[in-house]
Design a protein around this ligand. Structure first.
Ligand code: IPE
Ligand code: IPE
Ligand code: MG
Length: 261
């Protein structure tokens, strides 16, 4: 493929963008910082909650596209530890939306073969939200077409703190010596121990920071920042992110092959 074809992706249709994807070069695990719901709502003269509601539609579309493309893991940042500092009313709307999403979507998740997991300090969640989470996790625990991980009350530093605490408990019990601690041992104690590290991180809304998300796991992840606000991030925007990801991988390949000939 000629590099002169690359800048024109913005003008391509969804079908043309999809056709450009190379199945072998797709990420296996995508992580997303879903940001910009509030600004989207403000631009439409709506309440912030309306922005979060619209954002749920983007989540649905990400799941659909991942399933269609055979992408096996999707991890979404839905509520950070720091988000507990938001106004009480917004927090309770978000928790209400979480319950609404899980109660209305669980049948569809099961039908689609989606396994839902959560990561974070979930004991801070209201009891009824936590109950919906546990129900959805249980009901989907046998599925594996798509591993959907929802980060809730999540902080990357807290995750590392929790891992260190568990390691120290093991040491206290006499089952761990300092030399036994290596990267894979720490990895075993992370909330994400059952998942591969993300290949691609997407953050919407133009912010170019990590905001305490997956600090350990993002060590070698490709980062993709887009000004698009989360409620506007739909199939087309995901395809553009995937094409950019492929381009980065491919360019690296070409340099190597040029050098070797
Ligand atoms: C992301 O959108 C959703 C959550 C953090 C829960 P925001 O609510 O952060 O939207 P902005 O950044 O204020 O636009
Ligand atoms: C990050 O977005 C957290 C989630 C998307 C859940 P924030 O809007 O909370 O992050 P900051 O405050 O801009 O860093
Ligand atoms: Mg934000």
């Amino acid at each position: 493929m000629d590099t002169k074809d690359l800048p024109s992706v913005d003008q391509l249709s969804i079908e043309e963008l999809t056709a450009k994807l190379e199945p072998d070069l797709l990420p296996k695990h995508i992580a997303i910082i879903m940001d910009g719901n509030g600004r989207w709502a403000e631009m439409q003269h709506l309440s912030r909650v309306a922005g979060h509601q619209e954002g749920i539609k983007s989540v649905r579309e990400m799941i659909t596209v991942c399933l269609e493309l055979g992408i096996n893991a999707l991890t979404i940042y839905a509520f950070s530890q720091e988000n507990w500092n938001r106004p009480v009313q917004e927090i309770s709307s978000l928790m209400g939306l979480l319950e609404y999403y899980l109660s209305t979507e669980r049948a569809k998740l099961i039908e689609q073969g989606v396994r839902l997991r959560t990561i974070g300090r979930l004991d801070s969640l209201p009891a009824s939200a936590l109950q919906w989470v546990r129900t959805a996790e249980q009901e989907t625990s046998h599925l594996d077409r798509l591993h959907l991980t929802v980060a809730l009350s999540y902080g990357g530093r807290a995750e590392i703190v929790d891992a260190v605490r568990e390691l120290l408990h093991e040491a206290q019990d006499g089952n761990l010596r300092p030399d036994d601690v290596d990267e894979s041992r720490i990895q075993q104690y992370l909330y994400t121990h059952e998942l591969p590290d993300p290949d691609l991180l997407i953050r919407t809304s133009g912010e170019t920071r990590i905001s305490n998300f997956l600090l350990w796991q993002l060590a070698y992840t490709e980062l993709y920042f887009t000004p698009t606000l989360w409620p506007d991030f739909r199939r087309r925007e995901l395809l553009l992110a995937l094409l950019e990801y492929q381009r980065r991988e491919r360019r690296f390949g070409r340099v190597l092959s040029t050098v070797s000939t």
